[in-house]
Each structure stands twice: as C-alpha cells, then as structure tokens.
Design a protein around this ligand. Structure first.
Ligand code: GLY
Length: 413
C-alpha cells in the first residue's frame, strides 16, 4: 500500500463511521499565542474540546500537517541519526467532541489496524495509564482493551507515556498507546504507532485540572511510522514518503542512500528539512530573524550545512519542491499552486547564505576540530567572534553546528 493509499483509507474508514473529513489546518496556528506551530491534529479543535466553540459535527477525522520543533514536543535534534523522528510530519486522527468515548475509540482503532489494514493482532501491544500524581489508574480503558488483547499485552505506564497534553495549558487527559512489535535487534524493536487520548481536563497555567464540559476523544498516528510498518520497512526513510527525496538528493550529489552512515545522516536531514521548509513556506512563513521565520531559517541553514557535507557547491534544496509537489500534490493541492513561490523563496535563501557557507563553514569546522582535539570541547569566544565578524557566520549557527559535535561555545568571552 502506498502512503497516499494509507492516508486515504484512514480518512475513508472514519468517514464511513460518521466522521466529517476536515482539511488540515495550516502549520501556523490561527489565533493561538501558546503555539509556535501546529503540533497536533487536535489544535484546530482546541476550543471545541474546551466547550468554547460549537461545530456542526461531533466527529471529525483529519490528516494534519504538524511541526515538532519547539516547546513540549520538540524532535529537531533527533532528526538525522533517528529513523523515526521528523520536524514535519503528517498526523492521522479521529476526534469525538462529546460524542463517543473510550469504548468506541478503542474499537475503532483496533478494527482500523487489524481489519482495514490487516495488521497481525499478535504483533500489537497497548498501554494504559497506571495511576500517578493524584490521577487514578485507567481501569475502564484496561477493561475495554481486555476484550481485544490478552492481559500480558497491556502495559501500565505513567504520566510520561500515558498522559497527553498539547502544551503547558489546554485540553489534556489520560491516553492509551498502541505499539507494533517488530522484534529483532533493529533500533526500534517496538514502535509506538497510535495514541488515543481520552480528553477529560483543561490544565490551567497554575497546573490545576478542571473537567471538560464533555469527555472527548483525540487521537494521533504519524503517517510516516504507520507507513513504515505497513510497507515492512525498519526505517521511515525507506518508505515512499522519503525515498523519492533521498533518490533525488543522491542523483544531484552523486551519492547513494545506504552506502555510508555519515552521508545517510546528512541525506535524512536534507529530506526531512526539505519537507518542513516546503510546507512552512507554502503556509506563508518566510525565513527571517524572528519567531516562526527564525525557526524556518534555522532549519534551512541546517539543511544547507548538511548539503555541504554531501559535496554540494551550488544551491540544491529548491529541487526538492518538485519532488514533493509530484508525490504529495494530490493530498495537498496548495503545494502545486504555490510551487513557484516556494522554489523562489528557497532559492533566495540558499543564495543569501551560500557565501557564508563557502568561506565560513570550513573555518568553523576547523575550529570545532581544534576544540575537540584540545579535550576541553569548548570553542573559544575569540574564534567564534572572528567567524561572525570576518566571515559573517551567524552566532546561533556556530553554536548549533558545534553542539552537533559535542562542543560548546564560550558565549561569555
Ligand atoms: N494528540 C495526540 C497526539 O499527538 O499524540
């Protein structure tokens, strides 16, 4: 099954069960100052959960564009080495606003996985909240799960795993995760694929929990992970969501994905960040030195740095937009409408930073090497200042690049 079919069959299953198929909200949250970027499918429904907004439907399903690069949910540093973390990804979700609750949500999830996608039931394990911090064990979820799985396949975990909240404040609740057991000795013998959140409280800034007007359901399943599982791949990057990008990067750089771990890491960063920048710019974010634009710029510069490691001497990132418009344009038609604008924005940023990279990056890397050899693993203030003052290397880029190699910068000096 292709990723496009996986997305489509998920939405179709829930549509058939009375859910409204709602379009993904933009990555820039409408009027929520608590969020840098949309970080979960439930964001666009936050006020519906809180009872402050009414919709003409009580069940919804989405494939939501999300970014996890800040705050409570931040995966930026994992991207590259990890095979299952991303800055940008798509989250499949089904939602109930005071309509169905735990029994139906669990049954929907189980049938979607084992009947629609025909995943082997014996490969699935689940978790429920064990009770912690004054919030009781989720006995109800445990009892419902027992209708589908034996007791030895229900884990009982604490708040870290089984209590979900989108940020420091807002709707939250106990949750129940579903894991796929790959087995073997790979990096992820057991991988979390789906989170069913039983929304019951609103957390206020002082930490207190107030019951929501009606218990509700919020679920989240990363399309990239479920695609890896359904396509029998160990790594998200081996799926049809990433391979076309990795192949194109390889063609342009003259390297092949899978040949060398060091170039593989750089190729994964480029593929991941190309998706993030394409969708962010498509949703109206422009690289700048402030707030959302700054995060975009940081991601773009990180991708350019890894491009240098792959041997690129000319701008190349804008080439990825063509691949994404071709592969994902049916699900996100805006990608095709905005293609030219996205290409122009990326090319301009690549050209702007290219001179800095050409002169500054080899010097920065030489300083990082020196700092590592000295044993102190600190890049001196004078060297950092020279890189900035003479070669125009931005301070945060120095710090970020050094940090990836375990070196800190003497900011005080
Ligand atoms: N809102 C559920 C999740 O992101 O896991």
């Amino acid at each position: 099954m292709t990723s496009n079919e996986i997305r489509r069959t998920f939405l179709e299953y829930f549509r058939q069960h009375g859910h409204r198929v709602v379009a993904s909200a933009p990555l820039v949250p409408g009027d929520d100052p608590t969020l840098l970027f949309t970080n979960a499918g439930m964001n666009q429904f936050k006020d519906v959960f809180l009872g402050r907004e009414k919709r003409e439907y009580t069940r919804a399903t989405t494939s939501q564009k999300v970014m996890r690069v800040s705050g409570k949910h931040n995966d930026l540093d994992n991207v590259g080495p990890s095979h299952r973390h991303h800055t940008f990804f798509e989250m499949l979700g089904n939602f109930s606003f005071g309509d169905y609750f735990k029994a139906e949500a669990i049954e929907f999830a189980w049938r979607m996985l084992t009947e629609v996608w025909q995943m082997p039931a014996e490969k699935l394990v689940v978790s429920v909240f064990k009770g912690e911090n004054g919030i009781p064990r989720d006995t109800e979820a445990y009892d419902i799960w027992r209708k589908f799985v034996p007791a030895d396949r229900i884990m009982e975990l604490g708040s870290e795993d089984n209590f979900w909240q989108m940020g420091d404040t807002g709707p939250c609740g106990r949750c129940s995760e579903i894991y796929y057991v790959r087995g073997g000795s790979g990096a992820d013998p057991e991988i979390e694929i789906w989170n069913n959140v039983f929304m019951e409280f609103e957390r206020s800034a002082d930490g207190t929990l107030t019951p929501l007007p009606a218990p509700s359901i919020d679920t989240g399943m990363g399309l990239e992970r479920i695609t890896a599982v359904l396509q029998g791949k160990e790594s998200n990057y081996d799926t049809d969501l990433f391979m076309p990008l990795l192949t194109r990067v390889g063609e342009l750089a003259g390297v092949r994905y899978g040949d060398n771990e060091q170039t593989d890491v750089s190729m994964r960063v480029v593929a991941d960040h190309a998706r993030a920048m394409t969708f962010l710019i498509g949703d109206g974010v422009i690289p700048s030195n402030e707030w959302r634009g700054y995060v975009l710029r940081k991601i773009m510069r990180r991708a350019m740095r890894h491009g240098k490691h792959l041997g690129f001497t000319e701008p190349f990132l804008h080439e990825m937009v063509t691949v994404l418009a071709r592969e994902m344009g049916d699900a996100y038609p805006d990608l095709r409408t905005n293609q030219e604008m996205i290409v122009k924005t990326i090319t301009a940023e690549e050209n702007r930073f290219d001179a800095v990279l050409k002169d500054g990056l080899p010097r920065l890397e030489a300083e990082i090497d020196k700092a590592r050899e000295s044993g102190a693993k600190v890049l001196g203030g004078e060297a950092a200042f020279r890189l900035y003052d003479t070669f125009g290397v931005p301070y945060d880029f120095i710090e970020d690049t050094a940090a990836t190699r375990g070196v800190s910068v003497d900011r005080e000096a």
